[in-house]
Ligand binder design. Structure first.
Ligand SMILES: Cc1cc2nc3c(=O)[nH]c(=O)nc-3n(C[C@H](O)[C@H](O)[C@H](O)COP(=O)(O)OP(=O)(O)OC[C@H]3O[C@@H](n4cnc5c(N)ncnc54)[C@H](O)[C@@H]3O)c2cc1C
Length: 330
């Protein structure tokens, strides 16, 4: 690991903006950042560790008139155990509970979960070339290796997939992301948080230098709305998903009135399956409609020779999420 300056911020830092010194890298739980620093993929000169800040806004899960606000420093373990989260959306609690391992869940924060980088084996090992780290081409697309971690959508130049468990559920819930930008807090649509891959750019989140995610707000769900999360992993624990899906379905009488379906681990950013939503709306919820939505979800997929199976996995997680959403409220 390359030498760096380490500033540890604790106590009740009121002004989150002051946490980010010019050009400094934030460390929350450190699960992702330290991994990259040890591999010399990230070599920050300045690290500001703010995981111990006792700022109420950053640490609380609070019911507000705008919805359920979850601070960026809330850990995955706290989300998994929270009665407030479970009352709003058991699917979010489940996604947090099924992620990683107990040790990781007790360190990993919501903000860090959104901002974690791809698990692509080429990106993660400094001695391998990687387009995201400045190489001319993505070697996964050229020699076809390490494809379990690769995406099956939007992979024209980079085969990475965003591996995090919480984003698909947050997308399906219509979450808004609260960002501390300059001196103000700003709410952004969940979709606006993401950027498509670019040569030499490591991050998947579209945050300007100095911007910090301070919370996520989950708006109240409409009546007759069910949400479910499904994921398939190689191992049941201590692993990222190969494919995941969160589905939110609102019914009106015997038909689907609205749907929001998001996929994880299959594209460089969490991916909204708009065609699958369209296939459901106006139809009766049931096996035929769910299968049609699953087929629609993979339209336009561009799997690599070694991960065509992931297209089938996407269909499986979409169908299972819809079946579970049909069975339970919230
Ligand atoms: C064995 C193993 C299995 C795992 N399985 C899963 C899994 O199944 N699902 C899953 O989702 N994750 C999984 N993880 C990853 C883990 O959940 C993430 O690394 C973790 O959520 C990152 O959070 P952190 O607080 O530790 O982030 P950090 O490592 O502190 O930060 C990560 C990045 O986010 C930036 N950052 C952090 N907080 C903020 C903020 N508030 N605003 C702006 N930028 C910020 C940092 O600068 C850094 O670049 C696994 C990890 C391991 C080791």
């Amino acid at each position: 690991m390359k030498a760096f300056r380490y500033v540890r911020v604790s106590g009740g830092a009121g002004d989150v903006g002051k946490l980010v010194r010019k050009g400094a890298t934030l460390k929350a739980g450190g699960c992702d950042l330290l991994d990259r620093m040890k591999e010399r993929i990230a070599e920050p000169a300045d690290v500001v560790a703010f995981g111990e800040v006792q700022n109420e806004y950053l640490r609380a899960i609070a019911a507000t008139p705008d919805g359920l606000r979850i601070g960026a420093l809330v850990t995955l373990a706290e989300i998994a155990a929270s009665k407030k989260v479970a009352a709003h959306s058991a699917a979010l609690a489940e996604a947090a509970r099924r992620a990683a391992s107990p040790q990781v869940r007790h360190r990993a924060t919501l903000g860090g979960n959104l901002c974690q980088h791809t698990r692509c084996g080429y990106y993660r090992i400094a001695t391998f070339p990687c387009w995201r780290r400045g190489a001319d081409v993505c070697p996964v697309l050229v020699d076809g290796a390490v494809q379990d971690t690769a995406g099956v959508f939007d992979n024209g130049e980079c085969a990475s997939a965003h591996p995090a468990s919480l984003p698909p559920v947050l997308g399906a819930l219509g979450a808004r992301v609260v960002v501390r930008a300059r001196k103000e807090r700003e709410e952004r649509a969940f979709e606006a948080l993401w950027r498509q891959p670019a040569k030499g750019v490591h991050e998947d989140v579209a945050l300007a230098p100095g911007e910090v995610i301070v919370a996520v707000v989950l708006p109240p769900l409409p009546a007759r709305t069910n949400v479910a999360y499904e994921a398939v992993r190689q191992r049941a624990a201590f692993d990222w998903a190969l494919a995941s899906c969160a589905a939110r379905v609102t019914r009106d009488g015997g038909k689907v009135k609205a749907a929001s379906i998001w996929l994880g681990s299959v594209a460089p950013t969490p991916r909204r399956a708009v065609a699958a939503e369209k296939a459901l709306v106006g139809k009766a919820p049931g096996a035929a409609g769910f299968a049609a939505a699953a087929d629609a979800a993979v339209a336009g997929a561009s799997p690599l020779p070694g991960n065509t199976y992931k297209v089938e996995l996407v269909k499986v997680v979409v169908r299972r999420a819809l079946e579970r959403a049909a069975r339970r409220e919230r």
